[in-house]
Design a protein around this ligand. Structure first.
Ligand SMILES: [Zn+2]
Length: 432
């Protein structure tokens, strides 16, 4: 089934015209409603009239996470607060969140986009969908939830954690599909196998996203749970989950192109690259009212194809993500920047700025250990004092990162010093 055949199967010419028309409108909208953008475009010598269609897209300046930071919290909003019905946020490089706002119409479009992705994954109003993404400022939970309700399915909002309850709901309610991070589904899979619950499950599909995963992991999940596992992509700056997702043929992620205009650029030259060539994914929102973004650099690396898919959809498809062009880590679905650790440590004063993050995947769950060098004058032979300090550091880091790291204190001047760029991260997960 296809949720919105008129949009998902339109000819490439029709899509081109629709995107052109919407781009012209969106550029004029941001120019007239967002002072920051107006100034940025004026500085680049561009007026809304210069953008007459897709062919003029590359004249527009890029938007980056820095722009969101500079205008924190709501400087890029294009409507007054009275028209914003929802706020979400994600973590930023300095520990300051990136705040996004949605109008009622934005929420409606978001729900439709997720509904398309769920329909792509063969879900209908006959399904019972457990949403095991976090509900809260993170877009995963509520995003998937609204999509599930939109297609008329029964949504079960278990959110994250409490594996026992997750499994009870799955068994007792006959849950047929689950939305969560792939690593969490793998964790659940092990619990299901240990407890011999597989015969009690009616699970047939999963929709997994919010962190990079491999084909290998998809195959494992599918074989061990007897399901089809689908990929979903999104980012809060652009909307949340539902920007793109893969159909039953698993030949790349279909982009909801009538709302989000994708470009792939070379991260070095910023020039557009050809179909099939890996580069950085850039999105321009075409219909957003709350916080429209022009040419937003996602830092995610992928390639694109515009060939028609076997499923009948004509929308462009993104290949499996190949990583990122900056130092952001995705740990248990949460964005983590090494600079956040540095900032939190430096704020405390008892530690030096020398630290090492060790990311691993144990029993299919991401783990984060942070080794911290203690400042000489605070280093003590008293075990109790060191324990207190460890707890304090762990608490502060958890506040900053929104995930719980394991903290290990090391003696002053023991972490390896390197010339040039310091090695701050060892990522032992094999994702690509
Ligand atoms: Zn398809």
């Amino acid at each position: 089934m296809i949720w919105n055949e008129a949009k998902e199967c339109m000819s490439r010419d029709e899509m081109h015209n629709l995107q052109s028309k919407r781009l012209v409108k969106q550029v004029s909208y941001v120019y007239h409603n967002v002072e920051y953008y107006r100034k940025k475009m004026q500085a680049a010598g561009i007026e809304p009239g210069d953008i007459r269609g897709l062919e003029d897209l590359t004249k527009l300046p890029f938007t980056t996470k820095n722009d969101l930071r500079d205008t924190y919290p709501t400087g890029l909003f294009a409507v007054p607060r009275s028209q914003i019905v929802r706020i979400h946020a994600s973590s930023g490089t300095t520990g300051k969140a990136t705040v996004v706002g949605y109008t009622r119409r934005d929420i409606e479009i978001w729900s439709e986009c997720v509904a398309r992705i769920m329909t792509m994954a063969d879900l209908t109003n006959e399904d019972t969908i457990q949403v095991s993404y976090g509900y809260g400022l993170f877009t995963g939970g509520l995003g998937a939830h609204y999509g599930a309700e939109y297609i008329g399915a029964t949504a079960v909002p278990t959110s994250t954690g409490n594996t026992k309850k997750q499994l009870a709901m799955m068994c007792d309610l006959g849950v047929t599909a689950i939305c969560c991070t792939p690593s969490y589904l793998m964790y659940l899979t092990e619990a299901i196998e240990e407890q011999g619950l597989l015969p009690k499950l009616k699970l047939r599909r999963s929709i997994n996203g919010a962190e990079p995963w491999t084909e290998e992991m998809r195959k494992q999940l599918e074989e061990r749970l007897h399901i089809h596992a689908h990929d979903i992509y999104g980012l809060s700056e652009i909307m949340g989950p539902g920007v793109a997702g893969d159909c039953v043929f698993h030949k790349g992620l279909h982009v909801n192109e009538d709302h989000f205009l994708p470009e792939i650029i070379s991260p070095d030259t910023f020039e557009t690259v050809d179909d099939g060539v890996t580069g950085e994914l850039v999105f321009t929102t075409l219909t957003k009212e709350g916080i429209p973004l022009i040419r937003y650099r996602t830092k995610d690396l992928t390639s694109i194809t515009h060939e028609k898919c076997e499923c009948g959809r004509t929308t462009a498809r993104l290949s499996r993500f190949k990583g990122r062009s900056d130092d952001m880590l995705i740990i248990r679905g949460v964005n983590v920047f090494p600079s956040q650790v540095e900032a939190a440590l430096l704020e405390m004063g008892e530690t030096s700025a020398n630290y090492l993050m060790i990311v691993d995947r144990v029993n299919n769950l991401d783990t984060l250990e942070i080794q911290v060098e203690v400042d000489e004058k605070f280093f003590s032979d008293e075990i109790r004092e060191l324990e207190n300090l460890t707890r304090k550091i762990a608490h502060n880091l958890q506040q900053a990162l929104l995930i719980q790291p394991k903290v290990t204190l090391v003696e002053p001047k023991t972490l390896q010093r390197s010339e040039g760029k310091a090695v701050r991260v060892i990522d032992k997960r094999k994702l690509v």
